[in-house]
Unconditional design. Structure first.
Length: 47
């Protein structure tokens, strides 16, 4: 049975905020949180 992919299935580290704005929704929120230094699960993001 096929399942619908979730955000966890995608690597969003290379997604720019301008690109995320085109997708909107959860992708935009995840990229904005990454830009703030936090991942959605609360793990700090470091480059």
């Amino acid at each position: 049975m096929n399942r619908i992919p979730s955000l966890d299935d995608y690597d969003l580290q290379c997604v720019r905020p301008e690109e995320a704005a085109l997708w909107g929704g959860d992708v935009l929120l995840a990229v904005e949180e990454r830009a703030d230094g936090d991942l959605m699960d609360g793990t700090p993001f470091t480059e």
